[in-house]
Design a protein around this ligand. Structure first.
Ligand SMILES: CC(C)[C@H](C(=O)O)[C@@H](O)C(=O)O
Ligand code: SF4
Length: 474
């Protein structure tokens, strides 16, 4: 659809139209990709495709690679024990060196989860189109970036041509209003949104998060919010860049400098939806009364206030929904109508691209300080990057975690995805700051309850799910 010249435009319209190279008759468009992030799990096939097609990389400097998913989070001084993880990590090294792409390798202090490293290095910038062979690429939308997850074959196309064929998304704005109470953070808000609109609720849409609560959020919280967009089916999630964004980026190694910085900020200030811009859909969520929110089931949409009880499928009017609930309860080892508070946990995981930033570790450490992990719980803190780790050590957070009995690891995806040696044993129940609670996500038979960093720390020291608001002082 051609919009009237001069009609108010949404931020998505601006980001999209500034990247269209060509519109095709079938409704797709060729889109210019400014930057491409790579990790070791989705790119081996992409390089095979480049090799077979005898292609060169169109613009090597717009690619940045870092291993994160399969890498071990301890014993980095030793060779990687797992043969698949070792092969994937070595191939990322050989592929990037053969094609002349920048790699932050396992022993680089900047190594970490691709979605934490990109922003940290200033590789992620407002107004760009950023692609990565990973579904949580939406994280970068926190900077006013149009960031999309792509498949392995598309990664090869992006590297060879700097373009990708895409369908324009429908637009959706989610306004977040009200005054969140103490301990309520972006993770609670994200889970509440997904519970409200459903795991497919935003499918086909690019979601712009707006409103006073978003404006007041720091970049870490904005990244948490955008990160989980994919869990409600959105193609992308983003936030208009503002002074908070610019302050975060200024001086980052790969961000523009000097006159280029000034010119970039002047452009970035234009990246906001115009007053009166029309969206395909608008939702408003008032977070004033929001309680800490956690998942009870096996989809991120199966989330409830921690003060609630797991559902009783017998009371469900929709039989298909009741059957799904029953299956989730069975998998999770919960009886219907169980109070969420008091559910005993075996493991606690603080980390991931959702909640592995320094702000997340500070929130968790504030609860862990002066307390001890329950005797039956194994708890682990996995910083999102080597720089987060270093910062946490400098601030004394690592000492707080260690003396409370948490394991203090090296950076990586770790137990978010169980593609490495960090995983749950069958039947183990974990309080986790990650973003997915699918069956087997943290290891075959493992049971995941998603929640905020403070809530995971509170569960770790209590031995069961608790309401962090009632912890009192240590
Ligand atoms: C392994 C990777 C392709 C996957 C993704 O695309 O998201 C992972 O990061 C995840 O979170 O499930
Ligand atoms: S931390 Fe988890 S969600 Fe994020 S990229 Fe890694 S596996 Fe995916």
């Amino acid at each position: 659809m051609t919009k009237n010249i001069g009609a108010p435009r949404t931020l998505y319209d601006k980001l999209w139209s500034s990247h269209v190279v060509r519109d095709y008759d079938d409704g797709t468009s060729l889109i210019y990709v400014d930057r491409h992030l790579l990790h070791e799990v989705t790119t081996p096939q992409s390089f095979v495709a480049l090799d077979q097609g005898k292609r060169t990389i169109h613009r090597p400097a717009s690619n940045l690679a870092v291993p994160d998913h399969a890498v071990p989070t301890e014993h980095r001084d030793q060779p990687i024990a797992d043969p698949l993880a070792r092969a994937q990590t070595e191939r990322l090294t050989s592929n990037t060196s053969r094609y002349g792409l920048e790699l932050i390798d396992l022993h680089d202090p900047r190594q970490g989860i691709v979605h934490i490293v990109g922003p940290e290095q200033g590789f992620t910038l407002p107004g760009i189109f950023l692609a990565c062979g990973d579904s949580h690429t939406a994280t970068h939308g926190a900077f006013g970036t149009l960031a999309v997850g792509i498949g392995a074959s598309e990664c090869a196309i992006v590297m060879a041509t700097q373009c990708i064929r895409q369908v324009r998304s429908k637009t959706m704005r989610i306004d977040i209003t009200g005054t969140p109470s103490e301990f309520i953070c972006a993770k609670d808000i994200a889970l509440a949104i997904i519970a409200r609109i459903g795991a497919n609720g935003a499918s086909g849409h690019a979601v712009e998060y707006a409103g006073p609560v978003v404006e007041a959020m720091d970049m870490a919280a904005r990244m948490t919010l955008c990160n989980m967009s994919i869990e409600c089916g959105a193609r992308a999630g983003f936030i208009a860049p503002d002074e908070t964004t610019f302050a975060y980026l200024e001086g980052r190694p790969m961000a523009p400098k000097g006159e280029n910085w000034k010119a970039a900020v002047a452009y970035w200030r234009t990246l906001a939806s115009d007053p009166g811009a029309v969206y395909d859909r608008v939702e408003t969520i008032d977070v004033s009364d929001l309680a800490p929110t956690i998942t009870w089931g096996t989809s991120p949409e199966e989330a409830l206030p921690v003060t609630a009880r797991a559902p009783d499928p017998a009371l469900e009017h929709n039989p298909a929904r009741g059957a799904r609930q029953q299956r989730a309860l069975n998998y999770m080892g919960l009886t219907p109508d169980t109070a969420l508070i008091g559910i005993r946990i075996d493991r606690a995981f603080i980390g991931s691209c959702t909640n592995g930033r320094i702000e997340d570790l500070r929130a968790a450490a504030a609860i862990a300080r002066g307390r001890t992990v329950a005797a039956h719980v194994r708890a682990m803190v996995v910083p999102g990057s080597g720089l987060v780790k270093r910062q946490a050590e400098a601030e004394g957070l690592a000492d707080i975690f260690r003396s409370a009995g948490f394991e203090w690891r090296d950076a990586g995806c770790s137990m978010c995805v169980a593609m490495n040696s960090d995983r749950l044993a069958p039947g183990e129940r974990c309080a986790s700051t990650s973003n997915r609670n699918f069956e087997g996500r943290q290891g075959p038979g493992g049971r995941t309850h998603l929640m905020s960093p403070a809530m995971v720390a509170a569960a770790a020291v209590s031995g069961c799910i608790v309401d962090v608001r009632t912890m009192g002082s240590a």
